[in-house]
Design a protein around this ligand. Structure first.
Ligand SMILES: Nc1nc2c(ncn2[C@@H]2O[C@H](COP(=O)(O)OP(=O)(O)OP(=O)(O)O)[C@@H](O)[C@H]2O)c(=O)[nH]1
Ligand SMILES: [Mg+2]
Length: 266
């Protein structure tokens, strides 16, 4: 019954080039899940629940084209370094989060940025400086300005000279700058900025299903100029095997040199 109600990716007919994975990384308690929650349902929860790893999927129809965005909300405790490496390898766009009131969380973002560039350059067989990974760094909890532990100058240093990297001070709690941050991330990734939560109509599964059937009947979607998005209920994280196949495909598609086999996925 549920299957019939929820349009699957194949129902939606999403070309692989329109499928993306967004990975959110950072220390524990910096607000990663709070940002994801703002993105998916516009809510904020004061209560803290540690994340092990959460997977979400959002489907979009934007001006007649379909897109799939997978969202991987990681654990700040990262008990399994191999899982973190896998999430970096499979990620297409990244959000690195630190808390403005926590210096150590900023240092973790510095390490993470380095790790992403190193891992991706190995995968694509490029040098670190030439790697183009769309990435936004978020200084979260700007509502706690009074307790600030990270200065603007050091943040600027981290982002300087990097065309594919942007920085935003945000508050998931007050919903400050969150939409703008997402718009920038999608623009950096050359994705439609309508994927940002404030720029499309959020529709239910039932509504989406109806639109989908209509568009099949008419061959072309009626609302070609519109943008709407739907969170897939009960999205399941792809298996590690699927992830590895995905990485392999990307390495073959994106590699330039002869030494692709040198990148070891461990
Ligand atoms: N004041 C303030 N609190 C926030 C903000 N964002 C998140 N929090 C709170 O900070 C705590 C941690 O938020 P989470 O989103 O669970 O943190 P996380 O990074 O996902 O943590 P892990 O899952 O352990 O990695 C929760 O109590 C949130 O309510 C914010 O912008 N301002
Ligand atoms: Mg979390």
């Amino acid at each position: 019954m549920i299957k019939k109600m929820s349009p699957s990716e194949s129902d939606f007919d999403i070309p692989p080039k329109n499928c993306y994975r967004m990975v959110i990384l950072g220390s524990t308690k910096v607000g990663k899940t709070a940002i994801v929650s703002r993105f998916l349902n516009g809510r904020f929860d004061e209560q803290y629940t540690p994340t092990i790893e959460d997977f979400h999927r959002k489907l979009y129809s934007i001006k007649g084209d379909n897109y799939q965005l997978d969202i991987l909300d990681t654990s700040g405790n990262h008990p399994f370094p191999a899982m973190r490496r896998l999430s970096i390898l499979t990620g297409d766009v990244f959000i690195l989060v630190f808390s403005l009131d926590n210096r150590e969380s900023f240092q973790e973002v510095q390490r993470l940025k380095r790790q992403i560039y190193e891992t991706k350059s190995c995968l694509k067989n490029k040098i670190k400086e030439n790697i183009d990974v769309p990435l936004v760094i978020c200084g979260n909890k700007c509502d706690r300005e009074f307790h600030r532990q990270v200065q603007q100058e050091e943040i600027e240093q981290l982002v300087a000279g990097d065309e594919n990297c942007a920085y935003f001070e945000i508050s998931a709690k007050r919903n400050e700058n969150v939409d703008k941050m997402f718009q920038t991330l999608f623009t950096l990734a050359k994705l439609p900025h309508e994927m940002s939560p404030d720029l499309h109509r959020k529709v239910s599964v039932q509504y989406c299903d109806m639109l989908h059937r209509k568009s099949l009947k008419n061959k072309k979607p009626k609302n070609v100029g519109e943008a709407y998005g739907m969170v897939t209920p009960c999205a399941r994280r792809p298996s590690v095997h699927s992830d590895l196949m995905y990485i392999k495909e990307k390495a073959i598609g994106g590699g330039q040199g002869k030494n692709k086999e040198r990148c070891v996925i461990s």
